[in-house]
Design a protein around this ligand. Structure first.
Ligand SMILES: CC(C)(COP(=O)(O)OP(=O)(O)OC[C@H]1O[C@@H](n2cnc3c(N)ncnc32)[C@H](O)[C@@H]1OP(=O)(O)O)[C@@H](O)C(=O)NCCC(=O)NCCS
Length: 271
C-alpha cells in the first residue's frame, strides 16, 4: 500500500540521538551488576524542520507494470531523462510498446500530495491514487523500464523500430518491433527522472525487473545497448558486456549488454 508524503503528517522537528558518553574503563575488580552497570547517557538535539535531511527512502517507491494510461507520464519521463533527443523513444513508439507488450514494461512510482514540495515533470500527468482519499494524492512515475521481445540475441535497429501499420485492421507481417514468440527481451528504455537519480531508485527498478523476468519463464535473456559510461552500472546487476553493438540508433557508439535469465523451476510452471 503506498504511503503518503504529506509533510503535515511528519513531525515538525526531528529528534536525533547524539553519541552517548560512556565511562571509558569500568573497574574490572568490581563484580558485574546488571543494574549498576554504566548506561550510555543519551542526549537529544532538536533539528529545525528546514535543516532536516530528506531521506530518499521517504519516497516509499513502489513498482507496477505500465499500462497505456501511463503514456503521458512515460513520454514526459523519457524527455526529461535523456539529454540527447536522438536517444529518446518517440511517443509513437511508446504507444506501440504499451499496447503490444505492456507486460514487459515496469514503472517505479511514488505517491505525492499537492504542495508537498516535490517537483517532477510527471506530476501533471499523475493519476489519483484512490478516489476515497480527500488529500488529493497522486501516483507519480519516477522511473521506467520499457521493453519488447525480439528473435535476435541482441538489441538491433529493427527491434527498436516498429511496423507503422501495427494498429490497422490487417497489419502486414513484419520483423520490426515486438516479436511475440521471441525469447529475448530488449530493454529499450531504462530511465529515472534526473532529480531522483543517484538515490538507488534505478537499482530498485532494475532489480525488480530482473527478479520478475527470472521467475516468469517467458524469455531466456535480457539485452540492451549502453554507452561505455553506463556499462559498469549494468555489470553491477550481472549484465555482461558483449562488445560493440551494430545498432546505429541515436548515432551508434553502443555496447551490447546481455543478462542470461534463470530458467523456470519446474515447480513454478504454470499455464
Ligand atoms: C541509468 C539510470 C537509470 C540510473 O538510475 P539511478 O537511479 O541514478 O541509479 P542508482 O542510484 O540506483 O545507481 C547509482 C549507483 O550506480 C553507480 N554508478 C553510476 N554509474 C556507474 C557506472 N558507470 N559504473 C558503475 N557504477 C555506476 C553510482 O556510483 C551509484 O552507486 P551507489 O549506489 O553505490 O552510490 C539513470 O542515471 C538515468 O536515468 N540516466 C539517464 C537515462 C540513461 O542514460 N539510461 C540508460 C540508457 S543505457
Amino acid at each position: 500500500m503506498p504511503r503518503d508524503l504529506d509533510p503535515e503528517k511528519s513531525a515538525p522537528v526531528a529528534l536525533t540521538e547524539s553519541p552517548g558518553k560512556v565511562p571509558s574503563s569500568p573497574d574490572p575488580s568490581k563484580p558485574k551488576d546488571k543494574d549498576s552497570s554504566p548506561q550510555p547517557q543519551k542526549e537529544f538535539i532538536i533539528i529545525p524542520h528546514d535543516q532536516q535531511y530528506s531521506d530518499p527512502t521517504n519516497l516509499h517507491p513502489y513498482t507496477r507494470p505500465l499500462t497505456i494510461s501511463d503514456l503521458d507520464s512515460v513520454v514526459a519521463l523519457e524527455n526529461a531523462s535523456f539529454e540527447d533527443p536522438s536517444e529518446r523513444a518517440t511517443r509513437e513508439k511508446f504507444i506501440y510498446r504499451l499496447n503490444k507488450c505492456n507486460e514487459l514494461c515496469l514503472g517505479i512510482f511514488c505517491t505525492v500530495v499537492p504542495d508537498s514540495g516535490i517537483t517532477a515533470e510527471t506530476i501533471p500527468t499523475g493519476h489519483p491514487v484512490e478516489t476515497s482519499r480527500p488529500n488529493g494524492a497522486i501516483c507519480v512515475l519516477i522511473g521506467h523500464v520499457v521493453a519488447a521481445k525480439t528473435n535476435d540475441l541482441s538489441a538491433t535497429d529493427k527491434s527498436m523500430d516498429f511496423p507503422k501499420d501495427w494498429d490497422s485492421e490487417h497489419p502486414s507481417k513484419s520483423d520490426l518491433g515486438h516479436q511475440e514468440a521471441g525469447r529475448t527481451i530488449v530493454l529499450h528504455s531504462v530511465a529515472v527522472l534526473p532529480q531522483f537519480q543517484g538515490r538507488g531508485l534505478g537499482r530498485v527498478l532494475l532489480q525488480a525487473y530482473i527478479q520478475q523476468m527470472n521467475g516468469a519463464g517467458i524469455a531466456d535473456r535480457l539485452v540492451l545497448i549502453a554507452h561505455d559510461h553506463k556499462v559498469g552500472w549494468y555489470e553491477r546487476f550481472g549484465f555482461q558486456n558483449r562488445g560493440r553493438s551494430k545498432a546505429q540508433f541515436g548515432g551508434g557508439e553502443w555496447y551490447d549488454m546481455v543478462y542470461e535469465l534463470k530458467s523456470l523451476e519446474p515447480r513454478a510452471t504454470y499455464g
